[in-house]
Design a protein around this ligand. Structure first.
Ligand SMILES: C[S@@+](CC[C@H](N)C(=O)[O-])C[C@H]1O[C@@H](n2cnc3c(N)ncnc32)[C@H](O)[C@@H]1O
Length: 216
């Protein structure tokens, strides 16, 4: 994997540029998995994150059409809980920019298919991530993937879950704009940067950022 050295605010870390993964599993096509973090650009990053964090239980915020969730399940042995209210708020700028249209029947079909395929390893939580604190307990999850509502307020709440529930690793999607500001305004002293990933050919220097909770 190509790596670029990078420095922000005197913090030096690696940005990894995974190659496209052309070994798309038959199951991915058979289950008609779709979404934002597609297999080809993201599978090598997800595999790398799994190798670094060795998770037993993963919490994902933002299911959409299941592409990242499928990869967490397929590439690890972890239990994966994914949370999504299956709607986008009108003011979710990220959803507008990326033209994310929620297709409820498709999302629910994929949720059903993942339940049947991965059985006890997959749990779906139909809710806004703001409500998650009523349903999860401390020391349960070891990796949190933040890819829900991308506004500052939600991202802050989502990252705070890792503090309240003692989650050791956090992977932030779309490390730019609100996500970037939110991390440096509130969390850079609490979470150390392990590495960044450039995955989506989006022109962004960093698409995803992997963090370690200093207190967990
Ligand atoms: C960028 S997409 C997620 C992409 C998905 N991880 C993938 O790989 O395709 C954002 C998703 O977050 C969900 N979402 C928006 N606000 C949310 C919230 N407050 N809590 C949880 N999920 C939310 C949306 O319904 C949408 O499905």
């Amino acid at each position: 994997m190509n790596t670029i050295k990078h420095k922000i605010n005197n913090i030096e870390f690696d940005i990894k540029c995974p190659e496209l993964n052309e070994n798309i599993p038959d199951l991915y096509n058979k289950l008609e998995i779709d979404g934002y973090s597609h297999w080809r650009p993201c599978a090598n990053m997800i595999e790398d994150v799994i190798n670094i964090t060795k998770p037993n239980r993963i919490l994902e915020i933002g299911f959409f059409l299941g592409s990242s969730c499928f990869q967490w399940l397929y590439l690890s042995n972890a239990e994966v809980s994914s949370c999504d209210p299956i709607y986008c708020k009108d003011d979710d700028i990220h959803s507008k920019i990326h033209n994310i249209h929620i297709d409820k029947p498709r999302s629910f079909l994929t949720i059903n298919n993942l339940c049947r395929t991965f059985r006890d390893r997959f749990k779906f939580l139909l809710m806004d991530s703001i409500a998650l604190n009523r349903y999860i307990s401390a020391n349960y999850f070891d990796l949190l993937f933040v890819d829900g509502c991308h506004d500052y307020h939600h991202i802050k709440k989502d990252i705070e879950l890792a503090i309240h529930f003692n989650i050791k690793y956090v992977l932030l999607d779309d490390f730019q704009k609100d996500v970037y500001n939110c991390y440096f305004d509130n969390f850079s002293d609490k979470f150390e940067i392990i590495c960044g990933y450039q995955t989506k050919n989006s022109g962004n220097l960093i698409d995803n950022l992997l963090l370690k909770n200093k207190n967990a």
